[in-house]
Each structure stands twice: as C-alpha cells, then as structure tokens.
Design a protein around this ligand. Structure first.
Ligand SMILES: Nc1ncnc2c1ncn2[C@@H]1O[C@H](COP(=O)(O)OP(=O)(O)OP(=O)(O)O)[C@@H](O)[C@H]1O
Ligand SMILES: [Mg+2]
Length: 459
C-alpha cells in the first residue's frame, strides 16, 4: 500500500489517507451504533415477553385448584394480555393443546426449536419471532405455556436502519474524499507558492519572493525562512558584484597610469634620461600600489573564509608589540598607554588577525595625524566586555562620511588618501576581523580635532 501510494503526488496521497481514515472512523461508528441499537431493542423485546410470561404464570398459579376447564374459562383474561402479533398456547403434560389464543398469528410453519424455560429467537424468511416456553406446575394442572411474539416493528426498523447505514457509509466515502481533497489543497497551497517562487527565481533572478501568507504554521515559517535566505543571498550577491566592480575600477587606474608611462618611454623616453628616470620611478610607485591593493584584496577574501586556528590570548601583549614596531618606523610619534586590565584577561579568535586589526587602526591614526603627533591607547572593562580605545588628534572625519568609512574602497578625501597611499580597504578589513571576534567597532570623530576608534570584544 505504502509503496503504491508513494507513486502518487503528495496531494493525492493526503487525499487517499484522509479518505481512508475518515471512512473507517465513520463506518466503525455507524456499524457500532447499528448493532448496539439492535442489541438494546432486542433486550427490550425480551423484557416484554418475560413480563407477560410472569403475568400468565402468576394468574395460573394464583388459582391453585385450576383445571383444564378453568383454563378454558380464563381465555377472557388471556385475550386481554395478548396484543397484535402475539400468540399464547397452553398444553398439558402430554403435549395436547388445551388453549391457543392469537390475534393474527399461527404457530404452524414456525420452526419448533424452542427450548424449555428460556427465550428463543427464531427467524424465517422475512419475520423474526421470540418464543418463550415455560413449565407450569399447579396442584391440579401440569403443563407448559408457550408465548410467541412476532417482532414486526423490530424487523421493519432494522431493515430501514440497515439501508440508511449503507447509504450513510456510501455518503461518507464521497464526503470524506471531498474533505480529504480540501485538506490536501489547504496544506499544499503554501508549498505550491513556494515552488512557484523557486521556479520564478530560476528563470527571472533573485528578486522574486514567496507572497506573505499571514498565518502562523510551519509552512509559513518555511517560506519566511526561504524569503530571509533569499534576502541575504541577494544582498551578498549584490555586495560581491559591487566589490568586483569597485576592485576592477581601482585596479584600472594604476594600470592605465603604468600603460601611459610605458608607451611614453617607448616613444621617446629611451633617449631622454630625465623622462626615463621619472617614468620608471612613477611606474615603480604604481606597481607597489598595485601590489598593496592585491595583497589587501587577498586578505579580505581570506578573512571572510577563515578556517585559521582560533585560540584564547591576551590582547595587551600584542598591542604592545605593534606599538614597538610603529615606534621604530615613526620615532617622532608618542604613544600614550593607559592599560587598566591585567594580563589574565583573554579574548578568543585568530591571533594574527587581531594583530592586523591593531596595525590597520594605528596606521590610520598615524596617517591622518597632522601637527600633534600623539596617539593614545586605553583599555576598559564593561559588563564582561573588553573595550580598547585608540585616539588620535589628526584631521578627523566629516560627519557625512562616517556611515561609509567601513565600505570597501571608501576614502574620505580621495586625492589626499591617494597621496598617502591608501586604498580605502583598511577599515573594511578591520570590520571583517572584529566580526570574526563577535565584537564591534565604532568610530567617533570631530573634523580637525581628532578621531577615537573603540573596539569591543566579549571575553
Ligand atoms: N584616524 C583617522 N582619522 C581621520 N580619518 C580617518 C581615520 N581613519 C580612517 N579615516 C578615513 O577613513 C577612510 C577609510 O579608511 P581606510 O583605512 O578604510 O582606508 P585608507 O586608510 O584610505 O586605505 P588603506 O587603509 O586601505 O591603506 C580613510 O580614507 C580616511 O579618510
Ligand atoms: Mg587605512
């Protein structure tokens, strides 16, 4: 059955199963009800015949000295007891009939299988009878009383009920399959919408979404998750696209400059040592820039797909080392350290990435400092988080640029950054790293006053 069903579409499987279950439930209930009623009505009929027998016996035994004649004389009383469809017959101990009374019933033709002193139920072609044969033992009369009751109403009622039951069961098949189909359609509607959307995405692109269903079931949840997933996918797809566009744009500039210098050299530079010198220097500069750019781009993709070893380490030692290196390259810069945390504080992540992060931020602080060549570094603890502030007193960042400084290739003052050799990738790499640490990076800045970069890490 299961194997056979698995060949059908889900809709028909649900329909078939619900039909079977509904049908079985209803049929069981109808059949149970039918037989329970049958049993109950039969019980009632048996009570009636028992009561009657008791009445007859009581009457006959009351007159202890009753004789066969006396019995014949009591036919008036017995006639009153007997109703339509009933028969009473009194026999003596030899089996001879003394009295036989009935309204419209004859005992002939009835199978004579009645057992003494108990009620027997007998059926012929179309009728149903109850037969009760009981002994009577008076002082002057010994014999049997036989009561027969034709269950006319009972038979008619249950014939009707049987037909109705069959009709109801047939109706139940129809209704339950309609119900099953309805349920299947209800269940599958959102799934259909989902698969339709997927098809549209396949043919038209990432913009398509599953229409909102405004209900709170598992399938709505599924389509919500699907929509969210598509949002993320579209976002990261667009990001990638923009990144490739930006990257090729950024690469094109130094390459065109290189091309310009090389073709100039080819045309007349070889003979003019001054042009030769100048062009080679400029080309070298552009090549270095290209190299930096490519290194940065590689860094960025590497951080995104990081599988490097993560460990717990103390950040202060690393910061101290980075400062030492910068101090060697920029001896006229002063670094003011205000580290309030102990060496027992540890953060979790890739050690080399943390070092790179500090380098990027201190590099900016140095690069964008003007007359005050001083950089302040401070640490702080705030509800289970380590805060690291790096403060400079340089040119600052205009308010309108602040939202974009973490974007790839974004530079506040394009011309000046170029002169400083910036690619606009530092802070986007920094952000990527901080996210790998489950931390946050925030920048506060005042134009012409200075900048404060705050890093926050869970410990
Ligand atoms: N401490 C700072 N003071 C002033 N401006 C800053 C500071 N840090 C960053 N900026 C501004 O934000 C921009 C983006 O910084 P980011 O580090 O991403 O790029 P970059 O320094 O120009 O180039 P790269 O770091 O890739 O060499 C910079 O161009 C600069 O204008
Ligand atoms: Mg930078």
């Amino acid at each position: 059955m299961k194997k056979l069903l698995s060949k059908f579409p889900i809709k028909w499987r649900i329909t078939i199963w619900t039909t079977i279950v509904l049908f079985l439930l209803f049929s069981f209930f109808a059949v149970f009800q039918y037989f329970f009623m049958k049993y109950w009505v039969m019980h009632y009929e048996k009570t009636i015949i028992t009561e009657k027998m008791r009445e007859v016996q009581a009457y006959l035994l009351e007159n202890k000295a009753i004789t066969e004649d006396g019995i014949n004389n009591s036919s008036h009383f017995l006639e009153n007891i007997i109703e339509k469809n009933e028969l009473i017959q009194i026999e003596d101990k030899n089996g001879d009939i003394i009295l036989s009374l009935s309204n419209d019933l004859t005992i002939e033709g009835l199978p004579q299988i009645a057992l003494p002193n108990q009620i027997t139920s007998v059926k012929d072609k179309s009728d149903h009878y109850l037969i009760y044969k009981a002994d009577i033992a008076g002082s002057s009369f010994n014999g049997t009383v036989e009561l027969v009751r034709r269950l006319e109403n009972y038979t008619r009622l249950f014939n009707y009920l049987f037909i109705m039951m069959v009709i109801a069961i047939l109706g139940a098949i129809l209704l339950s399959s309609a119900g099953g189909l309805l349920i299947a359609n209800q269940i599958l509607k959102p799934i259909k919408a989902l698969s339709l959307t997927m098809q549209k995405i396949k043919s038209k692109g990432l913009k398509e979404r599953v229409p909102e269903l405004h209900s709170k079931d598992e399938i709505t949840e599924l389509s919500d998750i699907f929509n969210e997933m598509m949002d993320e996918l579209e976002l990261s797809f667009n990001k990638q696209k923009r990144f490739v566009e930006d990257a090729s744009h950024e690469l094109r500039t130094p390459i065109s400059i290189l091309e310009g210098h090389l073709s100039m050299l080819k045309r007349w530079g070889k003979k003019d040592p001054e042009i030769l010198e100048e062009s080679i220097a400029a080309s070298l500069y552009e090549v270095r820039r290209l190299k930096d750019l490519v290194t940065d781009l590689l860094d960025l993709t590497r951080i995104e797909s990081t599988s490097a070893l993560k460990e717990a380490f103390n950040p202060i030692l690393i910061i101290e080392n980075v400062i030492k290196s910068f101090n060697m390259i920029y001896p006229n810069f002063t670094f003011i350290k205000n580290f309030t945390i102990g060496t027992d504080i540890e953060i979790f992540g890739v050690r080399r990435q943390f070092e790179q992060l500090i380098v990027i931020i201190i590099d900016n602080a140095i690069k964008y400092s003007q007359t005050i060549e001083e950089i302040k570094l401070a640490t702080d603890m705030q509800n289970q988080h380590l805060l690291i502030h790096i403060i400079d007193y340089g040119e600052g960042i205009p308010n309108e640029d602040l939202p974009y400084i973490f974007d790839r290739f974004y530079r506040v003052d394009k011309a000046r950054s170029r002169a400083n050799g910036g690619n606009g990738l530092g802070l986007s790499i920094a952000k990527e790293i901080v996210e790998n640490f489950d931390g946050t990076i925030t920048i506060k800045s005042e134009l012409g006053q200075g900048t404060m970069v705050s890093l926050c890490f869970p410990i």
